[in-house]
Ligand binder design. Structure first.
Ligand SMILES: Cc1cc2nc3c(=O)[nH]c(=O)nc-3n(C[C@H](O)[C@H](O)[C@H](O)COP(=O)(O)OP(=O)(O)OC[C@H]3O[C@@H](n4cnc5c(N)ncnc54)[C@H](O)[C@@H]3O)c2cc1C
Length: 261
């Protein structure tokens, strides 16, 4: 079972700050990590490889420093890693990102399964995995919480939905996006760290991927970001103290005063 895992390098912060001039993320001074959901995707791939054999390849589209994220995945146990990096990819929205990744997957070939994280913690759209599936015309399952059984041409899994769980059989090759609950990612091993530190990561540029230049980067991005702004901070809440009955009366009084009902 050969698996390609798409991973993204993201800022290590929950407090993403925006440049008000350019509407882009301020990345300076913020350390980067592998997107946490993608570590779950790598772990899922490693567990499948351990049971059924095959190899795990990690890919990312990003700037040269995204190699560090790939190396982290190699130190966890991934076999191969590729960085997709080219000026032509700059300004990609989720559609152009998923197109570029799908071209790389086609180029690498020899895969049975594509794994992604549920979402990236910076962009947060959860669109790239489904976008890859559309570009490749593969079945897709999002929000995977458990992988039960894998055989040559099918995978059985559980998918999280509100108030229920779907149990599904999916034909391979397919694209899955995984939840945190799917597993606990392993720590890098000493052997893995040594291997990754010596590893030369190949860089694939646009012309390596047989891409249509009109579908890459800003030109290939149908999304136009009109404006980006942090949510307005709300004033402090008011705590109503007292016995439950008395507090409930006060609360109802306030709701009526504010004409909420
Ligand atoms: C008009 C426009 C211009 C933009 N320009 C830039 C830019 O110049 N530079 C920039 O960094 N961002 C840019 N972005 C943001 C960029 O589109 C997103 O970061 C990217 O498409 C991923 O979307 P997401 O973060 O919502 O990922 P999600 O869809 O939430 O990610 C889901 C999963 O997809 C996979 N995945 C996501 N991104 C990658 C990746 N790059 N490589 C491998 N796997 C991945 C991972 O498995 C991840 O868990 C731009 C966005 C727009 C709308």
């Amino acid at each position: 079972m050969n698996i390609i895992v798409c991973i993204k390098q993201v800022p290590d912060t929950s407090e993403v700050k925006l440049d008000p001039e350019t509407n882009t993320l301020i990345r300076e001074g913020v350390p980067s990590i592998v997107n946490p959901f993608d570590e779950n995707a790598v772990e899922a791939a490693l567990q499948i490889r351990e049971k059924f054999g095959g190899k795990v390849t990690v890919i990312t589209m990003g700037p040269p420093q995204a190699k560090d994220a790939l190396k982290k995945c190699v130190s966890m146990g991934a076999d191969d890693a590729y960085l997709l990096s080219d000026k032509a990819f700059a300004g990609s929205d989720t559609w152009a990102t998923s197109y570029t990744l799908s071209r790389a997957i086609k180029k690498l070939g020899d895969y049975d399964l594509i794994l992604c994280g549920k979402q990236a913690i910076d962009g947060d759209t959860a669109q790239v995995g489904p976008g890859i599936a559309e570009h490749l015309d593969f079945p897709q399952v999002t929000y995977v919480q458990e992988i039960d059984e894998v055989n040559d041409d099918k995978i059985r899994l559980k998918r999280l939905v509100e108030g229920a769980t779907h149990v599904m059989n999916v034909s391979l090759p397919a694209v899955l996006t995984v939840e945190k609950s799917v597993n606990n990612p392993r720590y890098p091993s000493i052997k893995g760290i040594m291997r990754s530190s010596k590893m030369e990561i190949p860089v694939l540029v646009a012309k390596d991927l047989d891409t249509d230049p009109n579908l890459l980067g800003l030109d290939g991005s149908p999304t136009e970001v009109r404006t980006v702004f942090p949510p307005e901070s709300r004033g402090e809440g008011e705590m109503i103290s007292g016995e439950p009955e008395e507090a409930a009366k006060k609360l109802v009084g306030k709701i009526l005063d504010l004409k909420i009902v």
